[in-house]
Ligand binder design. Structure first.
Ligand SMILES: [Fe+2]
Length: 199
């Protein structure tokens, strides 16, 4: 019987990715991502909105990573797990406020990361990012900045609906921490509104 494909197996070199054109590193990244997305889906269960949000943050993080020279194995787990504190915060305090998420998130994330076989020092950095993902400045690393901007790329439209273009431009320059984040935000949120031509 074929051995179950897992991040730990790949890391330990037990799995030979025959026929796959991706490099070993890319494949390890993909397996890490798949394993964490599965854990995220198990954790949030029927809460499809939270799962969809985390996946979008993960996708933006992937788009930004290379350009910002950030570490995939830190940023992608942080992106997938950044909001896991919401569930225990709501259960314990009846609120999902930013600081409560930051307080409750790391313990949940640590448990999941240990389960998939992540290294201790990486778990530490990922959890530090999760513990301050609403508090820019506490962790001053490129890995933090990419996750922070990816979260804002998803949330910006909803938070600032109806604002004028000049206002949105000012907020983009103030909020985003990376060049790539500002660039993507400008493309997404400063598009001129095209008026339909009457025929
Ligand atoms: Fe988020």
């Amino acid at each position: 019987m074929a051995e179950k494909r897992s991040f730990s197996n790949l890391k330990a070199g037990k799995e030979v990715p025959g026929g796959d054109i991706r490099t070993g590193r890319q494949l390890r990244g993909a397996v890490l991502k798949e394993a964490l997305v599965r854990e995220l889906e198990d954790f949030f269960g029927s809460d499809a909105r939270r799962i969809a949000h985390a996946k979008k943050v993960m996708e933006f993080s992937e788009k930004m990573l290379k350009r910002e020279r950030a570490d995939y194995t830190i940023v992608i787990p942080a992106a997938i797990l950044h909001d896991v504190g919401i569930k225990p915060a709501e259960e314990k305090y009846g609120s999902a406020g930013g600081q409560l998420q930051e307080k409750e998130g790391p313990a949940v994330a640590r448990k999941i990361l240990r389960k998939i076989g992540m290294k201790k020092d990486r778990i530490g950095e990922i959890c530090r990012i999760i513990a301050s993902h609403h508090s820019p400045g506490e962790v001053n690393t490129v890995n933090f900045r990419v996750l922070y901007d990816a979260d804002w790329l998803v949330n910006f439209g909803g938070e600032f609906k109806g604002l004028r273009r000049t206002e949105r431009e000012r907020l983009i320059n103030r909020i985003f921490l990376t060049e790539t984040g500002r660039l993507i935000a400008s493309v997404l949120y400063l598009k001129p509104v095209l008026k339909k031509r009457r025929v």
